[in-house]
Design a protein around this ligand. Sequence first.
Ligand code: PRP
Length: 205
Amino acid sequence: MTVVDHPLVARDVTLLRDAGSGADAFRRALHRVSLALAMEALRGAPTEECRVKTPIRETTGRRLSGDVIVVPILRAGLGMVDAFLQLLPETRVGHLGMYRDEETHEPVDYYANIPGGVESALVLVVDPMLATGGSACGALSHLRRRGAQHLRFISLISAPEGIRKLREQHPDVPLITAAIDEKLNDEAFIVPGLGDAGDRYFDTL
Ligand code: PRP
């Protein structure tokens, strides 16, 4: 597990937590934190040697080798996608639609569109909230059934309960997050958290 520790990330996580931040501030801050998370998520990604001509002479450089696929969990994960595409402009995007049943807190699948090639690609699953971990584990299991082997899960804020579930069900999947919070409340909301990321990002409160 990696917790991205950077003063700009800490500032933006604070802005995201702030109930006074409106949709515009929330969207911008989520984009900036997602850039930092994406950099971390790509650490150790395979590269290969290539030649490059500088204005002075030819030298050796490196380029990414192998595919990367980004998979946001709908809806809130969509708010992280642009940052990943900014850093990885050639990347394909899959979508997994899931919502949490308000009473059972279990994830309910409603949409899946995953591009071919997941078997060999580095698959980055993104969702701002890791609460009970049900959505994350459901998404990772879905991608495994489709043959994905190289998975990473990227969240903005993680609860200990979700981290535990992820470790138990998908011990080989690295977690990259910007904050670990205290606990879940009775409604399975992260405490102190930031509320409902999807509602705040899409302004549907
Ligand atoms: C939220 C969040 C995660 C999920 C986390 O989505 O964006 O997908 O809950 O909870 P879990 O770890 O307990 O599964 P929500 O169901 O509110 O849907 P939305 O993104 O469409 O608002």
